[in-house]
Design a protein around this ligand. Structure first.
Ligand code: AMP
Length: 279
């Protein structure tokens, strides 16, 4: 049975009872419109904690584009059915006034890892993420938090803030779940037209080819240029970035060495897709 809780006070009461009996609480923060990627996090949480809270909150503070916020898919009834089937204990779905009550005036801002890529193309995005994640950690008092590698930069930002602010929670990164053709699952994929959907896997394909080329010793700049060409040729409208970077610091790399990742964001029609893979 999945209980739906909307207030921080009611959640605190529930979690306090759990923790009194020594239970380990896991949290999976999401914005809803759940897919197998989200559910894989809930399953990881189930396997590694005694009680699981999935949060659904479409956080206005992390949207830099009002149109994107307005069009963000929402279907709580369907989400709840999926969470029930997965044995999640609590769906925490607060409204915006619960999270940002009158007078709210604080921002959590992470520098460094949040600056390039998503930070550069979506100004203010990571302040919104860092602030809401800090609040969700406080509201849920969870001991473990599960995040997808799909949002690799976000995962590094969250790790940074948990370390820097001494938040007593363990952050666990979980692998990206993909469609059969390689497209990373995303709530935004439902906004692709049929034609765009058939083009979408080209991003992951091009990144895989670049990763292979770099592993085989090709110059990084040439491999990236070839991948960018391939993505545009396939029908993407624009590439915001397609970079080769240190997996942890997210500093650009011009040759392989430390653990590295390819990370990309590109526009397909009106939909912005992101992806990343290990090299
Ligand atoms: P979102 O609802 O998009 O904010 O995502 C909520 C959480 O699910 C984040 O930790 C994401 O990284 C994770 N997530 C989203 N898509 C995937 C996916 N395809 N595979 C694994 N995790 C994902």
């Amino acid at each position: 049975m999945t209980e739906v809780i909307r207030s921080a006070a009611a959640l605190r009461e529930k979690v306090t009872t759990w923790k009194r009996s020594g239970m380990l609480v896991g949290v999976v923060p999401t914005m809803g419109a759940l897919h197998d990627g989200h559910l894989s996090l809930a399953r990881a949480a189930r396997g590694q904690s005694d009680r699981v809270i999935v949060t659904i909150f479409v956080n206005p503070m992390q949207f830099n584009n009002p149109e994107d916020l307005k069009k963000y898919p929402r279907d709580e009834a369907r989400d709840l059915a999926l969470l029930k089937a997965d044995g999640v204990d609590v769906l925490f779905a607060p409204g915006p006034e619960e999270v940002y009550p009158r007078g709210f005036a604080s921002t959590v801002s992470v520098t460094g890892v949040s600056a390039p890529m998503e930070g550069a193309f979506r100004p203010g995005h990571f302040d919104g993420v860092a602030t809401v994640v800090t609040k969700l950690f406080g509201m849920t008092q969870a001991g473990r938090a599960f995040f997808g590698e799909k949002d690799w930069q976000q995962l590094q930002v969250v790790r940074r803030l948990v370390t820097d602010l001494n938040i007593p929670i363990r952050v666990i990164g979980c692998p990206t779940i993909r469609e059969e053709d390689g497209l990373a699952m995303s709530s935004r994929n439902v906004r692709l037209t049929e034609q765009e959907r058939s083009v979408a896997p080209a991003l992951h394909r091009a990144m895989q080819a670049a990763a292979e080329a770099i592993r085989a010793g090709a110059p990084v700049a040439a491999a990236l240029a070839e991948a960018r060409d391939a993505v545009l040729r396939a029908g993407f409208a624009e590439i915001e970035y397609l970079d080769f970077r240190d997996a942890e610091t997210l500093e650009p790399l011009d040759r392989p060495g430390p653990p590295a990742r390819l990370l990309a964001a590109a526009m397909l029609g009106a939909v912005r897709l992101i992806d990343n893979i290990a090299v």
